[in-house]
Design a protein around this ligand. Structure first.
Ligand code: THU
Length: 143
């Protein structure tokens, strides 16, 4: 947790993620996921997983929250929470860690939760060390 993020902030993020999870479209896996992002300017953006009969066409909750954020004109993630059912707090899949990296810092908090109450907080760097990013591309500067 970053010093400028309160426990109430984290609770609010999980509440928003749970609200989005209620709309998950997951008829194939039966695994509903919700995600919420707090943008750098304080906005809240949510998403859920949206599966498809053509399985690889499905999208993750984090991906959908990022789309909502970008569509609203925010480009930086201050914090992200993701939640699903299970004994362990749900951590973002590998592809979503990379998607988050595009709009977040090494120290950005990623809060993982389970409906059963387990929670764990990570930095993005802990989940995606030595990450590929724009600095690897010629002509592109950080972030
Ligand atoms: N899923 C997410 O939405 N986020 C994750 O971080 C892990 C997996 C979704 C994708 C698929 O709809 C279902 O969970 C089962 O993998």
């Amino acid at each position: 947790m970053r010093m400028d993020e309160t426990l109430q902030d984290i609770d609010a993020l999980f509440e928003a993620a749970l609200g989005a999870r209620a709309h998950a479209y997951a008829p194939y896996s039966g695994f509903a996921v919700g995600a919420a992002i707090r943008g750098a300017r304080g906005g809240l953006f949510t998403g859920c997983n949206v599966e498809n009969a053509a399985y690889p066409s499905g999208t993750c909750a984090e991906q959908s929250a990022i789309s909502a954020m970008i569509g609203a004109g925010e480009t930086r993630i201050a914090a992200l929470a993701v939640i699903a059912s299970g004994a362990h707090p749900l951590t973002p899949c590998g592809a979503c860690r990379q998607r988050i990296r595009e709009f977040a810092e090494a120290a950005t908090p990623i809060h993982a939760g389970s409906l059963e109450g387990a929670r764990q907080s990570f930095t993005l760097a802990a989940l995606l060390p030595e990450a590929f990013g724009p600095a690897f591309l010629p002509g592109h500067k950080q972030p």
